[in-house]
Structure formats: structure tokens, C-alpha cells
Design a binder for this molecule. Structure first.
Ligand SMILES: Cc1cc2nc3c(=O)[nH]c(=O)nc-3n(C[C@H](O)[C@H](O)[C@H](O)COP(=O)(O)O)c2cc1C
Length: 211
């Protein structure tokens, strides 16, 4: 393979500069990623484990950050949905390449309310609503034609401006982080890693990790 090594020179991360609230720190870095025109800054890898303890990972989109956690939407009957039912412990990873940054979160995941799911679903484009309804996410299907037929059938049933209800099997989750780690690439590979560990409530301890 071609040698893809590169220098990291975008910035640095020091204890003196980070904010005491990791959510505020996250929002700052998210804004930096937007300013740097990072493609898909809200895409994050969600890692889960199944009932046997085997890991799994995939990308989902961040749909809100608050003290309650980091939210995303999906099918409750998908592989990730089943895995989260078996084990609520999960991790999220952001990689903002333009800023040479990574953010890692670990914590427990819980479902959002049906109401939150309905509100979010109602704001999605009609095609996305139809696709979410037509797709038994993570199930084996015979071929693409089967999916297209399901899509068409649902599209015809909802060929008007009336609101579409979110499928019962679809909705939101949020991960409430116990740890949040900020990684900044540095020249010479001596990268910066600062980790916030929740001590109690909304209090956090800051620690530096070796890269
Ligand atoms: C950029 C990107 C964003 C995605 N966003 C979502 C999302 O928000 N929700 C979702 O269910 N799947 C999303 N997916 C698809 C998932 O990665 C995955 O294929 C799907 O959720 C099924 O995963 P599972 O079988 O592990 O449950 C996204 C994929 C990509 C590449």
C-alpha cells in the first residue's frame, strides 16, 4: 500500500485551554469541524456488543446533544437495536479529519420517548419516512426488487400531504457519557489526549492519557 503517513499540525489541546464542561468543549469542537467544512461532521461510529459479548459497529447521525446525552435515531429491531436491548453499554466515536481530531464517548444508552421519535420523524423528508417504514432494517431480504416493491406500495398509500406516523419499531436513543475523550493530532506523533470522567452528577475529573 502507498505510504499515507502525514504530519499533524492543525492544533494542540492543553489542560489550560479546555472548558470545564465537556459538553461545551464538544460543542466548540463541533463548531470548529463545521467551520473547517468537515464532510459529515455529525456522523459518528456507534459501537455496541451483542448478547454473546461480540462487538459491532456502524455509523449513525448525531441528532442532538444535551446533559441527557447524545441522540440518534434508528430501528429498534435492527441489529444495533437488538444489541442495545441485550446490553446498554455502548460507545460513540467522531473523527474530524480536517481538524485532525477524534472524540470518544462511552456510556449507557436509553430509548428516547415515543413523542420525541414522532416529532423527529415528522420533520424528515417524505422519501426518508417511506424508506424507514419500508425497510426491515438489518433483516435479510431476497433482493433489491423486494425493497423497491415495499417502498412503492407504501408510497402509494401515502400519496398525499397527510402526516405519516412513525413505525412503532422506529425511534431514538441517547447515550449518556461516563467518559468523553478529546484527541488532537500533534506534530511528531506525541498527540494530545484529554479525558473527562464523570465523578457524580454533572461533575467531571480531567485526566491526560499517553497517546
Ligand atoms: C454517513 C452515514 C450515516 C448513517 N446514519 C444512520 C442513522 O442515523 N440511523 C441509522 O439507523 N442508520 C444510519 N446509517 C446506516 C448504518 O450505518 C447501518 O448500516 C444501519 O443502521 C444498520 O446497522 P445495524 O444492522 O448494525 O443495526 C448511516 C450510514 C452512514 C454511512
Amino acid at each position: 500500500m502507498e505510504d499515507l503517513r502525514r504530519e499533524y499540525e492543525w492544533g494542540e489541546l492543553s489542560e489550560a485551554d479546555v472548558l470545564s464542561d465537556p459538553l461545551e468543549q464538544f460543542r466548540n469542537w463541533f463548531d470548529d469541524a463545521l467551520d473547517a467544512e468537515e464532510p459529515l461532521p455529525d456522523a459518528m461510529t456507534l459501537a455496541t456488543v451483542d448478547a454473546e459479548g461480540a462487538p459491532n459497529g456502524r455509523i449513525v447521525v448525531l441528532r442532538g446533544v444535551s446533559e441527557l446525552g447524545f441522540a440518534f435515531y434508528t430501528s429498534y429491531e435492527s441489529a444495533k437495536g437488538r444489541e442495545l436491548s441485550a446490553c446498554a453499554d455502548a460507545a460513540l466515536v467522531f473523527h474530524w479529519k480536517t481538524c485532525e481530531r477524534q472524540v470518544r464517548l462511552r456510556g449507557k444508552v436509553e430509548r428516547l420517548s415515543r413523542e420525541a421519535g414522532e416529532t423527529y420523524f415528522a420533520g424528515r423528508p417524505r422519501d426518508s419516512q417511506i424508506a424507514a417504514t419500508a425497510s426491515p432494517q438489518s433483516s435479510i431480504v431476497s433482493d433489491r426488487a423486494e425493497l423497491e416493491a415495499r417502498f412503492e406500495e407504501i408510497a402509494q398509500r401515502h400519496d398525499d400531504d397527510k402526516p405519516m406516523a412513525a413505525p412503532e419499531t422506529w425511534g431514538g436513543y441517547r447515550l449518556k457519557p461516563d467518559t468523553i475523550e478529546f484527541w488532537q493530532g500533534r506534530v511528531g506523533r506525541l498527540h494530545d489526549r484529554l479525558r473527562y470522567v464523570r465523578t457524580d452528577g454533572d461533575n467531571w475529573r480531567l485526566e491526560r492519557l499517553a497517546p
